[in-house]
Design a protein around this ligand. Structure first.
Ligand SMILES: [Zn+2]
Length: 125
């Protein structure tokens, strides 16, 4: 396979067993971020070509898709990540006054900073 700029190799170190490693690669495309791991694949992919984990942005939702069963064509997990959206935090810290405020009463400014309603109003005044 031709080496592509949007693909990079990595090595994972076992979190418990010293010296145990697993190599893989990450491919970044506009359609998704794909992870492959040496020795792991998908039912419909040729040996060594599977990408059993992907992250995509689909119908306005961030999704994590995992093919955890080599004998199944269907993903074992499709995880909707929208619950991890920062705007859903119970409280957020205003970038300007540094107060914790309910997330529902905060906004993102054009610099992508979280700003409370009071600071927002002060800015607009
Ligand atoms: Zn503020």
């Amino acid at each position: 396979m031709a080496k592509r700029k949007n693909k990079a190799r990595f090595v994972l170190e076992d979190g418990l067993i010293a010296g145990n490693r697993l190599a893989g690669s990450i491919e970044v495309t506009p359609r998704g971020v794909f992870l492959s791991f040496d020795g792991y694949g998908e039912k419909c992919a040729a040996e060594g070509c599977g990408q059993p984990v992907m992250v995509e942005f689909y119908e306005g939702k961030l999704r994590l898709i995992a093919f955890g069963d080599i004998n199944s064509e269907e993903p074992t997990y499709v995880i909707d990540m929208n619950g991890a959206a920062e705007v859903l935090r119970n409280s957020v810290r205003c970038a300007l006054c540094k107060k914790d405020v309910p997330a529902a009463k905060a906004r993102r400014d054009r610099d992508n900073d979280i700003v409370c309603e009071d600071c927002w109003d002060d800015r607009m005044a």
